[in-house]
Design a binder for this molecule. Structure first.
Ligand SMILES: [Zn+2]
Length: 373
């Protein structure tokens, strides 16, 4: 089914490269009794997201940003140590690929693809700054928000979003403060760690409490030294759905953005808080992703001339990531759902998508910690 979109839409940039899909993590077998299976962070989920943009007709309303170039080592050193960069580069040149840590495996040429993912993010940031597009979505692989300065983690090799923040701060005098909002189901520990002492970067993360990484993402991790208060973790109990996320956005995320007054907003767009994701126990629908996106785009328009860039992170449900991704893109464009989400009825029939008292209590604790209540 192809749908034409006729309303006046925002100019949305879109970065997608075939080579992003060639990155191939491989499974470290848990036991000889476990039949080999496909790695969770595989290309097909992202390919299906892209393909749904095509068949829905939404792709025709996007500004596909092409001529993406890989970043160089100097760019990667904005965040990562030269030893780590060299380590990935050396392993990546080998036929058998390598490891960025024990769970972050990669095949040959992963360095090139990871550098191309960062290059896509830089290009989108530049196009927004140049005013060629109003906002943008980068559908890249590998993801980035778990990667630390000196090691990969959680399927992430280079921290795409932290690098993009550093790139903007380095190259644009008008960008003095950046906010990073991370709605991936897992805690963006790498991004937090990189900016924990930097008061010019506000990091806000909604994530499932005690999922991944273990012992990370607690509400009392608020930033250190002069950066105290610029790190806002909103850990949500497993089973949280649209009601909890709506409350968190209305009471913490958006008011914190308004208080910080960023010059640019970056979003770690993980789509793994959906109801059918194999790596989380949260129950968001495509409509919930649309709500979060609308809120963030609207905040960007009020605070920083609409400058907001979404970088793809996790999301492992083959059938549902595409509909959540489509909802995000539609909200960025400023159109309502053009293609019916066939799974919406099923999610709405579930009990527990409304804000529960124990979920409210968790969010209220964050509000108290950050002076919002
Ligand atoms: Zn995730």
């Amino acid at each position: 089914m192809t749908t034409s979109v006729k309303k006046t839409l925002r100019r949305v940039g879109y970065v997608f490269e075939e080579r992003y899909l060639w990155h191939t993590p491989w499974i470290v077998q848990f036991s000889p009794l476990v039949q080999p299976f496909q790695h969770w962070e595989h290309a097909e989920t992202k390919r299906r997201f892209h393909n749904l943009l095509l068949v829905s007709g939404i792709y025709n309303s996007l500004n596909h940003l092409k001529d993406v170039n890989p970043v160089n080592e100097e760019d990667l050193q904005l965040v990562h140590t030269s030893e780590y960069i060299q380590n990935i580069k050396t392993q990546s040149a080998r036929l058998e690929g390598g490891l960025a840590d024990t769970e972050t495996t990669f095949s040959q040429y992963a360095y090139d693809i990871a550098a191309l993912a960062v290059g896509g993010a830089f290009l989108a940031a530049k196009k927004i700054m140049d005013g060629e597009v109003e906002n943008a979505y980068v559908l890249c692989r590998p993801p980035g928000h778990h990667a630390l300065a000196d090691r990969g983690m959680g399927f992430c090799i280079f921290n795409n979003i932290a690098l993009t923040a550093k790139y903007l701060l380095k190259n644009y005098d008008s960008v003095k403060k950046i906010a990073i909002v991370d709605f991936d189901a897992h805690h963006g520990n790498g991004t937090q760690d990189i900016f924990l002492h930097e008061k010019i970067v506000l990091f806000i993360s909604t994530h499932q409490s005690s999922n991944f990484p273990a012992q990370s993402g607690f509400a009392n991790e608020v930033g250190e030294g002069e950066a105290k208060g610029t790190n806002i973790n909103i850990p949500l109990p497993s089973g949280s759905g649209g009601g909890a996320f709506k409350y968190a956005f209305e009471k913490v995320v958006i008011p914190s953005l308004e208080k910080f007054e960023p010059d640019f907003i970056l979003v770690s767009s993980g789509l793994d808080a959906s109801y059918s994701d194999p790596l989380s126990s949260l129950i968001l629908s495509s409509q919930d992703f649309a709500f979060m996106t609308k809120s963030l785009v609207s905040a960007a328009e009020n605070l920083c001339d609409g400058k907001i860039l979404f970088l793809h992170e996790g999301g492992y449900s083959e059938h549902y990531v595409p509909f959540c991704g489509l909802a995000v893109i539609e909200a960025m464009l400023g159109v309502d759902q053009v293609l019916k989400d066939p799974f919406l009825g099923e999610i709405k029939s579930w009990d527990g998508t409304h804000l529960a008292e124990h979920q409210k209590k968790s969010i209220d604790e964050v509000m108290v910690l950050h002076g919002l209540l």
